[in-house]
Design a protein around this ligand. Structure first.
Ligand SMILES: NC(=O)CCC(=O)C(=O)O
Length: 297
């Protein structure tokens, strides 16, 4: 079953309270799980409808660690996703479970589990664009050394009128994916992420705002807190952006915290009706941009 978010019922739901858990991630898996449990409970105490965790929250963000921390995510789930399913049911809350390394047919994916308020895994997103980057003297990171990329856009109904699109971190750089999620019905795009201190300052918030404008949707970007003991320095600064491109509330700092944002869902239709971007596209001038996508609403 895909139950609606809980604060109001189905079609009448006008606001959605999102809690972005910017958690500290370390090298000990058991500690990471305990930390996630504590913070998800804290987010629920703050009346969240949807709790969002960051990218790779059960393991260090390092290519040589992913397989070691990988778990099945499906009919059977490992301890990380099982914990989130239990919490979602106990607290009657939706959880976009950041991402964890997923083991499937001996391959490892960077996968976001999406769990409804009955504790059911309703969907999962496998990171489509692997983070392969080489900025000389600053950062070199190749997820493709140990991970396999996913091959689909992920959208799941949340209320009768609104659906969640979920993609992961580097995926945020690709407007095609954001617009594909919109075309599949998403009005809230959630990106668990783990940008770094090189690309984060110039790009993170700008990309979140750009995707909000491209898709005329809410964008929720969740980062881990910065861990001084980690080889990979996460940027932090989790942020929520409205469909008009404006950050909601203040964005987070780089320490551990929970960022709450109340999404006024009526803004999606208002913005989309005031500028009919999909209908106004001119594929006769620049092609279809995404093969097979019919731009008209
Ligand atoms: N984990 C990631 O995908 C990081 C993406 C990132 O930092 C970027 O600059 O893009």
């Amino acid at each position: 079953t895909k139950t609606p978010a809980r604060s109001q019922s189905t079609a009448t739901q006008k606001t959605l309270r999102v809690a972005v858990v910017q958690m500290l991630v370390g090298s000990d898996k058991a500690t990471n799980l305990k930390n996630a449990e504590r913070l998800v409970n804290q987010a629920c105490d703050g009346n969240a409808d949807v709790v969002v965790l960051p990218e790779i929250w059960n393991s260090p963000y390092a290519v040589d660690q992913f397989r070691k921390h990988a778990e099945p995510i499906g009919h059977e789930c490992g301890p990380s996703v099982s914990l989130l399913k239990t919490l979602a049911k106990e607290r009657n809350v939706w959880i976009v479970g950041g991402s964890v390394p997923e083991l499937s047919d001996d391959k490892v994916y960077n996968t976001s589990p999406i769990i409804n308020s009955d504790g059911v895994l309703v969907e999962k997103h496998r990171k489509v664009h692997l983070f392969d980057i080489d900025v000389p003297g600053k950062i070199r990171f190749f997820e493709s050394e140990t991970l396999t990329g996913g091959d689909s856009a992920t959208v799941t109904p949340l209320t009768e009128e609104h659906a969640l699109g979920v993609a992961i971190c580097y995926d945020v750089r690709f407007p095609e994916l954001a617009i594909t999620m919109r075309k599949k019905g998403a009005s809230i795009l959630v990106y668990p992420g783990a940008f770094n201190t090189v690309t984060g300052p110039p790009h993170w918030e700008l990309l979140a705002r750009a995707r909000a404008l491209d898709a005329q949707a809410f964008v929720v970007c969740a980062s881990p807190a910065r861990n001084p003991d980690s080889a990979y320095q996460a940027y932090g600064h989790s942020v929520v952006v409205d469909p008009w491109g404006a950050p909601l509330e203040r964005c987070a700092g780089h320490g551990e915290e929970i960022l709450f944002a109340d999404l006024d869902l009526t803004r999606v239709a208002e913005v989309r009706n005031s500028m009919k971007l999909l209908d106004q596209r001119r594929p006769d001038v620049y092609g279809t941009f995404i093969e097979g996508v019919d731009w008209k609403e």
